[in-house]
Each structure stands twice: as structure tokens, then as C-alpha cells.
Write a new protein. Sequence first.
Lengths: 484, 736
Amino acid sequence: MEKEILEHGLNFNRRRFLSTMSLGLGSVALGSLMIPGLLNGGDREESGFTPGIPHFAPKAKRVIYLFQNGAPSQLETFDYKPKLCEMYGMDLPPSVRGEQRLTGMTANQASFPLAASFANFKQYGKAGTWISDIMPYTSKIVDDICVVRSMYTEAINHDPALTFLQTGSQQGNRPSMGAWLSYGLGNENKNLPDFTVLLSRGIGNGQGVYSKLWSNGFLDSIHQGVQFSKGEDPVLYIKDPAGMARGERREMLDQLAQLNQMSYEEFGDPEITAKVKQYEMAYRMQTAVPEVMDLSKESDDIVKLYGPDCLVPGTFAANCLLARKLSENGVRFVQLYHQGWDQHGNLPFEIKSQAKDVDQASAALVTDLKQRGLLDETLVIWGGEFGRTSYSQGKLTPENYGRDHHPRCFSIWMAGGGIKPGMVYGETDELGYNIIKNPVHVHDFQATVLHTLGLNHEKLIFKHLGRRYRLTDISGKVVRDILS
Amino acid sequence: MNKKWRGIVEQFVLISAVFLAFLLAFEDQIIVPVWLQSFGRLHPLVLHFPIVLLVLLMAWEFFRFTREASPWIDTAEQWVSDAWISGAALTGLTTIFGLFLSKESGYSGDTLFWHKWAAVTLFIVFSGTYWLRNLSFYQKLNSRLLIGFMSILLISTGHFGSELTHGDGFVLEPFQQGKPIYLEDAIVFDHMVKPIFEKKCMSCHNPEKKKGDLDLSTKEGILKGGKSGKLFVTGKPEISLLLERIHLPLEDKKHMPLSGQPQLTDEEKMILALWIKGNATFTKKVLELPATDSLRIMGNTLFNSVQDEATNYDFSEASQETIDELTNEYRTIATVAKNSPALRVHIFNKSEFNSKKLEELVAIKKQIIFLSVAKMPVKDSDLLTIAQFENLERLELNFSNVTAKGLLALKTLTHLKSISLSGTQVNYQDLQMAMQGLKKLQAIYLWDTPLTAEDLKALSTKFKSIQIIGGFKDDGKSPIKLNPPELKNTSTIFDTKAPLTLFHTIKGVEIRYTMDGTPIDSSKSPIFNGNVTINSNTRIRARAFKAGWIGSDEAVFEYYKCAITPDSVTVVLPLNRVHKANGPKSFFDRNLGTFSANAPAWANFWTGVQNNDMELNLNFKTPKTISIVSLRIMEELTTGIFPPQAIEIWGKTNANGPFKRIHVLKVPVPKETRFHELYAIDVKFKPTLFSEMKIIAKPLEKIPQLNVAKDKARVRTRAFAKDKRALLLVDEIFLN
């Protein structure tokens, strides 16, 4: 009788209990059928990746990428090919060229005369690295760097090649390397952006750089690269207007955050929180940025090390000095672009000037990091987007010639965090056209960079529109031979 | 069971026992006929029944002599006895089938041995207990002892049986990670190929069993092969027997491993194929293979490089709450790697720093392995706090206020490997004393300190195992050239007067300049002091000098006076397609064009005409008196950019009425090549009132043949068509 009274009171009996329960379980089952991830308990273990923490102990903590835009000629800088002198003026043998496509600029040339480099090469350092005499300062730091002569890519023009090198795919709309690192590792100094970009140009024939090269693609917009410009305001629109006190700015931001929060609760758009984060970052940058960008306090020794141009805003040397300062203050990825290396013609004259712009400052950067004890934790990369042809574009004369784009081999150097110093990796054939030893594809290079920072390039992924994307796209293996 | 059946089953048990004894006695000489082999294969099926019965019966028997069981004894015993003998019969049957099975497929010796004898013993004991259990001495204690013994036998039999089917160490396998092999040590055969043989092949192809006469446990055995022939042809996986057998369809009798056994994965098959292709090396290490070798690439994925393994720290993790509490905007605490307890700490923002910020970190003092307080006002007293971070490996103190004396406190840091002291005021004496206390130190950074080159050398000699890095110090032996002075004004075009704002980014530089176009003399030319005003068109030449530096190249700044600006400009004849610049706005925008065609502003500043005259109408709302009209042009003769051959000035005094020609200037045509230049051409005439002005500049109609000047080395040559019309480029017009 007690049981009946109880059940009546609850309006619930065993029969109803069982039927309701089965309905409940059934709906959960239906839900898991319709919503695949419903019962997964979070995708964390699936990717094995928690943003913000390296997968394994890294050697490098930050990157400074000295990007030489326009594609510096490897035959005039790091790849010594005396055979070109012997075969000066002779046509490029078809057996060497193979099926390589040429750009529209040289495809209709009647002949492809091999052009010997005007520059003289000498060997330096423990590994006997060949460096041309247009880069005398780099030859002095040759025992700190690893020259990779066997880089190659598939892209033959600047835009796709740049995009390929920065984002891992020739088609755009993907996050760039700096954005991936910002996503994967975050930042050490919360008052500065994770990813900054500094531009400069030389007098040589230049190509443009586009802001898509430092975009965040489909990652959160907080990972976008911040371009610092050379004017009075390194970061535009950061300064408070005249007459506004910092406290007022703080109040305004607090109110704004409240409004944004209301908006977020209504719409749930993650971009709103990203925007709030960016406002907060801008607020902190107001104090942090001017201090970092202030070059006036640098000692004479530093000025002598980088060269006097380092105090002139907008030059490559000044950007190198700023890069060191930014990196020292915890910025994860500092990218410099120096434009003007696209020597289709007038190569001897222009490349000497381009080299002069960058040589002393790049070497100084490595030395400066080393003497502060920061080189072991900073990865410095120097290089362009592809190489240049062994044959001359346009008329070949003893004093003047040009070189067209060449994706099959190019040279870069790397120094610092995790890279074996004082070595040369990879080899090209006698004419500097094909790679004969240890090719390093752009994806391999990217995998290696991620590896020195403690990230497994196959595990650093982001799921977007149903596909798992990663910086190295679908290929790439870490080049362990250059790791220390 | 009725008595008849009971009798039959008991008999069966006895017969099984005898038969089993016979089988065991003549084991080695027995061949199982084909039709009995199927029964043998029923062993894994049949064994389940006796196991269940035995477990239940033993459980009952265990509690048989207790008081709680006594009311049930009579009911139960009707069943127990029947069940017991049935269980014994089934055990016998299972054991016999098992013996048949053991004869045909290869199972490795020891495990089979124990499994077999445990099973046989269990059978005997269990069967025996059927008759024993009703005897008087069989009471609680004895029964329980017997049951304990039988349980052990049952578990052992089951355990060894499972090892036969699933391999050794099956149950505990998840716990045994084993020492990982690092990529650097991995040997192709030992670590990639042999494990495959061990796991999947050697249960049959071992020295004891040697199925098909093949023994895979030794190199000789592998090379020798078996009954069907050699295992492989070196370098030719396509015709190798080993691969043929593993790639046969599963149903094929000759497929290896046998279909009941664990099969090879695709990866393992690939490893074997690649190994044979690579000449079946027994000694080569994975890293000795070329980097593009597929076997090496596979090895890369199988083994971790030793450098990837996070150094195993033996301290415990700090709690996430503590870390979150301590992390703020100016103090970052980061985990070194996933699953690692080690932490890195980085402190920023000088103005917010105080000693408390370091003291708070004592909460995680065990976990910090890296600390950076560079540029923070860290004092010697703070070093006492830092000395508590017992596992610290790297310390950055660049540009802080510590002294070498304070470093003595760090001798408790037994793991400290690297320390940066650049920019600090450490002195030699105290430093070398402090360094003696830092036993594990490997590197020390001492740039920009009071230490001299001799001090650094002395340190290197004293501490041979430590890397002493002093950095760049200018010894004055290779002076560099200064960069030229710059101008603060953005525009050098002025109405009435303008200050000269020369400056130089490097401190302590003196700027020497001339205003009359003469070259700079490093000792005689006036030094710029900031109080110079310019009132007319002036060409400023300036150079920078400083002791210890090479004097800079010359910088040239052209100042132009433009007292009058029109209210509007109209372009009457079209500008050249490529040289439109900013249209009519370009002429008075106060922006001077530069020479470098690669500068982005080039196109925006230079207007040009080639196939027609340049004709501009300038309008003045209130009429103005003008006596000079200047056109700033670019001259680059070698590329066909020439000054105009003539400039005509026409004017109107009031808006109505026609234009009157005021003046024509014929510009001399250059006869010789000369270096490119930017300059202004002045058209002077008597002062006239203009309400509207028309300027016509005519490009040179026919480019003449130029004589090559003597110093042609300075002239960049590029071919251009002769007899063509020259290009006229104008970036700015001045009216005075």
C-alpha cells in the first residue's frame, strides 16, 4: 500500500519511469547520431594539441625572419659556380634545363647564355663556406650560421612564391607562419603583439608585399601580423588624441567591453571577443611600443655594429635593430621585408646596392643577439622566395646582365635556436641549376622551423570548414641534419 | 542424472584419463590424422564449458561446509555431483582436443609445456575430487586447500593458454612501455625488422619448433632459409619468398603468418620489403641510410630523436592554480613543453617591477628552469630570492643592477648552465670569484661590461670549460662611413623664407655645409648650428663628420622659393599616358620628385609629355605680378629625357580678352652626354600682372646624336632610338 501511495503522490510509477528513461536515452543516442561530436568529451586528444604549449621542449623561443623580397640571386651571394665562367656565353644545355617552365619574360628568348657571376667568392670559416665579396659582413659570422643551398619551390612568380613560403600554399587565404606560431605558442610579453612586420626597400627593382602575407587566414584575428611603420607613429591609431588622459581611455574601454559583452551574449560571434582582446592589447601597446621603438638611447657600439643607417627609420638596418629590440621584449615572430632584389636586368649594379643595404645589419643582428645570450633562443632566417637563373635574361655583356626567376634551387641561411652553426647543407649542380644533394622543399623548411620551436608540424592543426589545415599543408619533413 | 548416464559419464572420465596418458607417453611419435585435426581445432571452443562449470563448482564447494550453506546442501548436492562429473568429462575432452591441436600448428615450447601439464594436472585433480569429496576426511579445510590448488591450476592453464594465442606478456603489455629507442641509436635490423619477426613469426619459426625448417632467431637462420628455399633475394623484394608468403591472400594455405595468428600490418610489410630492397643489412643504423631512403623516413616516424624527448625533470608539477595566480600582464609563466613540469618565467615592464614580483615566484621555486629579468632594476638583494629557484638552468640579467658580488649568492643553484650579464657593472675580481661557485656553468655572456679584453681572456684561461662571450667592441681599427645628414622639413619649397633644418641621427656629429654650391671642405666649411634661414633658391650641400668615423657622403638639398601659387591649374593638352602623376595637382603640391624609379612616389610626382606640348593654364582670382616662372625638370639624356627645347609664357591681365605672349625662352640643347640631374629652368621676364597665365613647354622634337663625354664611366648607357621626340618630365613649377 505504501508503494501505491508514494507512486500516486509522485504521479510516477515504474512503468512510466522505464518508458521515460528509454525516451531520454533514445534522444541522446539520436543526438549523437546527428551531431557527431556530441559525446566526444572535447576534441582535445584528437589533435593532441593544446594551443599555447609546445609539443616538446623547444630550442628556439622566437623567430626573426629577414625576408629578402624579390629573390636575391644565389649565384651572386652563396652559391659559388666557377663552371659558369668556363661556360660563359654558352647556351644552357637542354639536359640541365629539363622540363623547367620559364616565365613569360624569358620563354621567348632566342638563346639562354650562361652568365658568370661578376662577384668574387672566397671560403670562410670552419666549414669553408663560400661567400661572395658583396657580403663581407656575413662572411665574418659564417661560423654562427647554417647556409642551406638546396632550397626549392614550385612557384615561379613572386606572389605565389611569397604566399607559398609564408602560408604553405600557393593559393592564398591561409594563415601565415607568424600567425601559426602565434596560435601555437602565444606570446611572452602580453603588451606587444605576437607577430610584427617591418618593411623597407632598396633601390633595386622591387616587387610589392601584400598584407595577406601576414594575415591570420582562418585563425582568430588576434593572430594577425601588426605592421610597424617608420613614421612618428609606428603603429597607426594607437595614440590617444591630444587632450585625452590615459585614465579616460581606460574608462572608455571598460564601457566598451560591457557593450561588446552584451553583443556577444546575443550573437555569440567569436570575433567580438577577439575585438575586445585587440582593444586591450592596443591599450597595453600604448605604453610598451614607444619604449621599444625608441632608438635614441642605443649606444655608439651598437650603432657601429649595425652601421649608421640603423638610426634612420625605414631602413633595413633600423628594422634589424628594432627586430632585436622587439624580440628581446618577447615578440614571438618578427618579420622584415626588404624589397628590391628582383634583378631581371642591371644585376651587377643593383645587387651590390641591395647587398650593402642588408649585409652589415643582418650580421650585426646575429652578433647582437649572441652577445646578449639570446641567440640560442632566437631563430634568425635570411632568404628570399626563389632563386635566379644561371642564364642571362636580356643581353649578356661582361659588365651587365640580368637573371630570371628560378624555383629549382635557392639559398638561405639560418642561425640560432636549434640550428647547427658553421655548416653548409645541400648542393647544387655545377651550373647552379638543379639540386644534386639534400633538397629542402619549402614545406621541409617550414617543418624544420616549427620543430625548432617545439612544435610537431603534423600536429599543429586547425579544423576549418571540415578540413584539418596545417602550415605544411600535406607534406614536409624535418631536416634533422641541420639541427643541433 | 539417472544411474545409467552417471555410469557412462564416469566411465568416459576414466577412459579419457587413460587415453590422455597414452597420448602424453607417446607424444613425440604421434601424428594426428586429418579428420581428427578438426577436433583439435575445437579446443578453443570446448574449453569454455568446463571452465564455467569448474568455477561454479569450486565456488560451491568452498562454501559447502559453512553454516549458511547447510539448509541448501541437500537441494544442491543433487546437482553438484552430476555437474562435477560432467565437468570432469568436459575437461578431459578439452585436454584431448588440446593435445591434438598442439600436434599440428607450431606453438613455442615452454608455454605449451606449462599449459599442457597444468591442464592435465587440473583434470586429474578435479576428477579425483569427484570421488574424494564424499570421504570423511574431506572437510572444510582440506576441501578449501584442494580448491585453492585447483584454482591456481585453472588460472595457470588459462594464462598460458592465452599466451599461446596472444603472445607472451599479453596481459601486462600496456604497462610495459619499455625503454624507447632513440633515432640516433636505432639499427635497421635490430629495431625495425627483428621486432616484426619476434612478434609475428617466431612463435613457429624458432629453434625449438622450426616450422618449415625455418629458424628466424639468428642471422644464419634467416640467411639459410627453410624447406621451401631461401627467404629472399637481396635487393629484389619482388621475387623474394618471404614477401610472397606474407602477401598471399589470407585464405591461401601458404599465407604467412597463419590465419589464426596476428597478421602483419601494412607498415610491417613495407618495412620488410624495403629492408630486402636495401640489400638486407644487418648492421646499418637508420641514420646511416641516405635521407631520402624510404626506410629511413619510416624510421623517422617510428623513433623519436633523442633531442625531442623533453628532459625528464624529477620534480613535480606546480598546480595550475598557482601558475594562473602568478601570471599577469607583466610576468609570463609558460610551460616548457606538454607534459613537462618545467616552467619559464619572463618579467617585463620596468616601471611595474619591484622585488615583490620575484618573491611571489617562490611559490613555484622548484619548477622554474628559466628566468629572464633583463632590463629590470634587479638588485643584489633580489639575487637571494632567485637563489631559491633550485632547478634554475638559465638566468638572464642583462642590463640589470646586479653586481658581481651579488652573484656569490647564486652558488646554491647547482643546475645553472647559462647566465647573461651583458650591460651590468660586473668587475673582474668579484666575477671570477662568483664563477668558481657556479659549478655547472657552461656559458656566460659579458658584453658591454667594465671587463676589458684582457679580463675576458683571463677568464677563458681560468675557466676552460665555460664559454665566455664578450661580443662586439669597437676597437677603432675599422671606422665606418657615416650616413649623410638629413632634413627635418618635409618640403623644401617655401613662400618667403624657410629655416634650414639639417640634422643627424647619430649623437655628437658635426654637419658642415655650403649654401653657394661649392663643395664641402671638412675643416673650412661652416658648421651647422641650427640658425640658418633661406630666402631664395638655394642648393645646400652637407656632409657629416665625427671623430672615429669616416666622413659621410654628400647630401644635396634644393630649396626653392615659390612666392605665388595659382588658385587653379588646368591641363590643356593631355599628359603622356604613363606620366600622368596627380594631374594638374602635381605642379604645386610642394612635393619634389626623386630620381629613383623604384621609389613608389616616382610615378606620383613626375608629369610628362612626349608627343605633344605641355600646355597649362594657371588661374589667379586676384591678379598677381610675376617675373620668374621656373620649371623643375628631370634630365637623363641616355634614356631620352631631355629639357624642353622652348618654354613660352602667355598671359591675360583680366579674364576677358585673349592671351598675350609675354616671353619665350629657348633652352640650349645638350650636345654631350652628362650625368643625370634634376634642376629648375628659370624663365625671366619683366614683371607682369597676370590674372591668367598659360605655360607652354615644348619637348625636344628630335634627339640629337650626343658626343660621349670624357668621363663616360659615370654615365649609365642604355640604347634609345635616335631621331625620336624626347620625353619632358616636370614635377613642380615655381612662380616668383
